[in-house]
Design a protein around this ligand. Structure first.
Ligand SMILES: N[C@@H](CCC(=O)N[C@@H](CS)C(=O)NCC(=O)O)C(=O)O
Length: 217
């Protein structure tokens, strides 16, 4: 690897999970801040989304799940994922994909229901139903990962992995953390450990601040 990691990301977006992974690995990176939709359209007209990570070899990656898994592969010293021959690897891939496809993917519609539902009078209903579905997904993930509790306090027992960072960030989108904690108490404990990790305190302050009432809907 010759160049730098360059991350296009915005405050309070999924890109913060990628930043968290880079920080946990002690990996320097350059951040291109994308604060609003106008800047997104100007900087990334060809594919209007963050995170977008330019790898040191110059190739661009989008898709948070793939980026996080690739970072764990490229920065193995950080132990951000179970190794390829670790029995937990399959569950790691399973839940990374689940967060991306069953939870995060909903925000394309939730952020702007008019993308699929022209009738504005239905938008709050769409939003509520998406929130209910996301809450159910967290409950499913909680039930199906309970067995890892014996191995340690992180989602897959050992950690933190990029899965902990991913869930810590995505569980802050609406529905916010109160409902997440109620649906998934053990996952809630894992992400609160990461909220409180001193290595990440500056990142959280700058990129996803905890404000009064931040856990409430
Ligand atoms: N599938 C993508 C989704 C990324 C995504 O939805 N990013 C949001 C910010 S959290 C975004 O860039 N939205 C801009 C838009 O939809 O116009 C991923 O997992 O990275």
């Amino acid at each position: 690897m010759s160049g730098n990691f360059v991350l296009y990301g915005g405050q309070g977006t999924g890109a913060v999970a990628v930043e968290a992974a880079l920080v946990l690995a002690g990996q320097a990176y350059e951040l291109v801040d994308v604060p609003d939709a106008q800047t997104l359209g100007r900087l990334l007209p060809q594919m209007r989304q963050v995170p977008r990570l330019i790898l040191p070899d110059g190739q661009a990656m989008t898709e948070s799940e793939a980026i996080l898994i690739r970072l764990a592969e490229l920065l193995p010293h950080a132990g951000l994922a179970p190794a390829i021959d670790d029995p937990a690897r399959g569950q790691f891939l399973r839940w990374m994909s689940f967060v991306a496809t069953q939870v995060y993917a909903h925000f394309w519609l939730k952020d702007d229901p008019s993308r699929l539902v022209p009738d504005a009078s239905l938008h709050s209903q769409v939003s509520r139903r998406i929130e209910a579905r996301i809450t159910d997904c967290w409950a499913v993930m909680e039930r199906e990962t309970t067995g890892f509790a014996a191995a340690g306090p992180w989602i897959l027992g050992q950690g933190p992995t990029v899965l902990d960072a991913y869930v810590a960030v995505v569980s802050r989108f609406r529905p916010r953390r109160r409902r997440f904690y109620a649906a998934a108490p053990r996952l809630g404990e894992a992400v609160r450990r990461l909220d409180a990790d001193p290595r990440l305190s500056r990142l959280w302050d700058e990129r996803y601040p905890f404000f009064d009432g931040w856990e409430d809907d």
